[in-house]
Design a protein around this ligand. Sequence first.
Ligand code: ASP
Length: 420
Amino acid sequence: MPSPQSSTLTRNILIGMLSGLVLGGVLNTLGPIEWLQTYFLGGVIEVGSRIFMASLKVLVVPLVFVSIACGTPSLDDIKKLGRIGSKTMILYTATTALAIALAIIVALLVSPGVGLNIKLSQATFAAGQTPPLIDVISNIFPSNPFDAMVKAEMLQIIVFAALFGVALTMTGAAGKRISSVFNDLNEVILQMVLILINFAPIGVFCLLTKTFATQGFSAILPLAKYFFVVLGVLFLHSIVVYGSMLKFLSGLSPITFIRQYKSVPIFAFSTASSNATLPVNLEVVEHKLGVPNTIASFTIPLGATINMDGTAIMQGVATVFVAQVYGVDLGMADYLMVILTATLASIGTAGVPGVGLVMLAMVFKQVNLPIEGIGLIIGVDRLLDMVRTAVNVTGDAVVSCIVAKSEGQLDLAKFNNLKA
Ligand code: ASP
């Protein structure tokens, strides 16, 4: 069975992605053809997409729990856990704030919403309930671990697993016995991830055929400026910010990083979900980028939940865009508020498709922008969601490498692909 490291597999995933994109686009252009809709798109492709998404998601909770329970006892002291945690949190928060600031600056320079002829009466968006900050913080601590797992509450699972891992270290011989069972279990679950990755070319093909057959590109035209500003900043952030961080904070080659990591953004692009990409991200970050399990088991699940630079970029551009369309003048203080709210909003919001818009409603409320303005950009959001999710997961991997390198724990031979 080829490993995800194998270039044949990566090539096949890429072929699956491109074929899905093209076929979906063609089907969208042809319009609804009944038998195709019923048997192909609504049948084979729909079933393939659902099975692939379910198979990715089913691994998330066991993987996060077991991997953290294994990783914590290997951190020889608790201080180290605190140090790794603080570095990670600082980098996650700083990159998100930087991403949204960059987005606001570029959007102000390009002015995507000025002179746009959009019928405002057509904009509709119903904001859901957004939880108050005290709930967001207190909800990190689980009252029932099984409930947390059933609902895939990532932060609660992380807290419980870390506590369990710390207790294992303190329990002497019994702790060692259980630890060794968990280490074995970890190997088995990673093997399940590898099995699944081998089906990725088909899964990615189904997901993308379905998305592009229903989405099409026509919605982009009236919003072209907004769409391309978001894409441009996503690109800029990935290349310039992540590239410089790797180079200047850790002395790592951004090119090698891309070469080793490239299959993960394809998963993120196809699923539009950081959560569903988590098993693959963890696998690649540990086995291809050389971040040890002790660090990756924390940083990657934590990042899937709280680090969303791509989402923050969309929010920055969307704020400027909607303010310009509605002719609202936002001042410096408003933009600082946008940066603060968007950064805080990303904490405790799970990485699932479309959640960025829910968070955007929180941001708009803070600066008194009309919530229904979100309705203006909803038509192109799925396409942007796919790209920003790829940026979200890449940010988690970059920070993981930097933290591991700063702790002297990055396996450079793996990173540089010097050993099998
Ligand atoms: N889909 C994104 C993610 O899972 C979140 C969003 O921007 O909607 O990371």
